[in-house]
Design a protein around this ligand. Structure first.
Ligand code: AHR
Length: 534
């Protein structure tokens, strides 16, 4: 929450009543005015009902792009892979994240992908008209399902609404889920007697975008989704359906009017820095100032769901998100590339810029924490989110031929997936501002979770300030916290710190104990803390 003069005043009065000193003023090392000094009050209402959230809030996305799949999670012949070619170290890392759901195979890629190319004994390489590579098709539906089973996550398939057809989508559902018929027989012949039972299906990817193969107008999209949904449900009535949407009313209202009755979710995508053509490395402050963006997007989308009369029945799947958009200058293209296209080869090589480790810092970790906090706060309406991607490019896990590096965002995800309780409690945050200018942000962000008994709380606290320790007062029900509590902290020796191959553990979560005195805990600068209160 941002501090208005009235809230500053009421907070000051409240703190005075609690015996807490009034806000002081300060500047950070970069001279950015932050008035008053980093501090805040987190009030947890223990009497209010808590809400169960979906573990699919901590999901991932993987696309046939660069080395996310080939040379990422799938590397036949690697000493680190199993006999099928799945990297065992990657699978173990996904288990550390308790990865709940993975969306595949794209992204823009899917709008030129035909699933039949990726099943069966004979797989032919096919030119990828979107990203300019040749897809060997050795990783297709069967491999995706098998990988998800090994990781223990739900498969979520995104269909081709670009140059694909509604019939192709229906047949894909049949291949995965039917017990009889031509496509069920194909699956059985490919060695999979039992249906895959893929529950989550999306119709299309960003079909509103001029960059997408087979872009659709708003008035075309709803009727097409309606047609696809009917066919896919005829193949399996029990599937859960998502459709490509946006926070723009002019696209999403017609979609919901024409096809909302079939949908359980609308998909949202956002990268808070575009970065596709030019690679930039904005400083910590610029990154952290975007931290309230996810909440704003969710609230905007909820307004659209309200307006369409779908809120409560249709939820949000934020099925691509990341602070930074992927670097792919010159792409996506919409046609297969000529062999030997030198310009394309040069552009493709530039994708390696995504691998520069110093780009993924504590800023990414704390932005991601705020993304999760926003999704958890809206857990009634947000049922799934998918960091894009989960492996390589700008994802939390960097995979290379000799091993893996857990980037800062990996640790944020792991902390949220492993250390929180199962329900979200009511929690208000009043905090001083950071950043100055027209749109300062709250220096502290928080979410409070509780177990089923209502007795065990795990509270995530983010201090966004780059160099000030924040005095954070936590009030749990009627009491100000006092005493020492178990906690896990992620910070690092600088806001710009990062992990890389040579220093994979420069930033790792530390188990510690945090002391509260008269409600106040000192949160280290640029930190995420998860505190357990029995
Ligand atoms: O930059 C990657 C692309 O970003 C994904 O393929 C697409 O869905 C999004 O626009």
């Amino acid at each position: 929450m941002k501090m208005t003069n009235t809230t500053i005043l009421s907070l000051a009065l409240l703190m005075a009543g609690l015996g807490i000193p009034n806000f002081a003023t300060a500047k950070d090392k970069q001279g950015v005015e932050s008035l008053p000094a980093a501090q805040g009050l987190v009030t947890i209402d223990t009497a209010a009902p808590s809400k169960l959230y979906s573990p699919m809030i901590f999901g991932g996305f993987i696309e046939h792009f660069n080395d996310q799949i080939y040379g990422g999670l799938f590397e036949p012949g690697s000493p680190l892979a199993d006999e099928r070619g799945f990297r065992k170290d990657v699978i173990a890392a996904m288990k550390e994240l308790k990865l709940s759901v993975v969306r595949w195979p794209g992204g823009c890629f899917v709008s030129g992908y035909h699933w039949k190319d990726g099943v069966g004994k004979v797989r032919k390489p096919v030119p990828d008209p979107v990203w300019g590579a040749t897809d060997p098709n050795t990783f297709g539906t069967d491999e995706f399902i098998e990988w998800c089973r090994l990781v223990g996550c739900e498969p979520y398939i995104c269909t081709n609404a670009g140059n694909g057809t509604p019939e192709e989508m229906k047949e894909w559902v049949e291949y995965c889920n039917a017990t009889e018929g031509e496509y069920a027989q194909q699956r059985i012949a490919n060695g999979h007697e039992k249906p895959f039972k893929v529950k989550f299906w999306s119709i299309g990817n960003e079909n509103y975008g001029p960059w997408e193969i087979g872009r659709k107008d708003a008035d075309e999209w709803g009727p097409l989704v309606d047609q696809c949904a009917k066919l896919m449900r005829a193949a399996d009535p029990d599937i859960t359906l998502v459709a490509a949407a946006t926070k723009k009313e002019e696209w999403s209202l017609p979609l919901l009017a024409a096809a909302g009755k079939h949908l359980e979710y609308v998909a949202l995508h956002e990268y808070w820095f575009g970065f596709q053509s030019r690679n930039m490395t904005p400083p910590y402050k610029d990154c952290i100032m975007r931290s309230e963006g996810p909440e704003n997007t969710i609230v905007t989308m909820l307004g659209i769901l309200d307006k369409a009369g779908c809120r409560g029945r249709v939820r949000i799947a934020f099925d691509e998100w990341n602070l930074r958009g992927w670097h792919h200058p010159g792409f996506p293209r919409k046609k297969p590339l000529e062999a030997g296209d030198a310009e394309a080869a040069e552009f493709i090589a530039k994708r390696d810029i995504n691998k520069i480790h110093s780009q993924y810092t504590v800023a990414d970790a704390l932005f991601s924490a705020s993304f999760f906090n926003s999704s958890l706060r809206h857990c009634v309406d947000v049922g799934m989110t998918n960091i894009a991607p989960i492996v390589n490019t700008r994802g939390p896990l960097f995979v290379h031929p000799e091993g893996i590096v857990r980037r800062t965002t990996f640790h944020t995800m792991a902390m949220y997936a492993n250390l929180l309780e199962s329900r979200v409690g009511k929690c208000a945050v009043d905090a001083s501002q950071y950043g100055g200018g027209k749109n300062p942000i709250a220096v502290i962000d928080a979410v409070a979770t509780v177990d089923e008994s209502g007795k065990k709380w795990s509270v995530a606290l983010v201090n966004r300030h780059p160099d000030q320790t924040a005095d954070c007062t936590v009030k749990l029900g009627e009491r100000l916290l006092d005493g020492t509590f178990d906690a896990t902290i992620l910070d690092g020796d600088s806001p710009d710190a990062f992990n890389d191959v040579e220093h994979p553990n420069r930033i790792v979560p530390q188990k510690t104990q945090l002391k509260f005195e008269n409600g106040v805990v000192k949160l280290p600068p640029h930190s995420l803390a998860i505190i357990h209160i029995q």
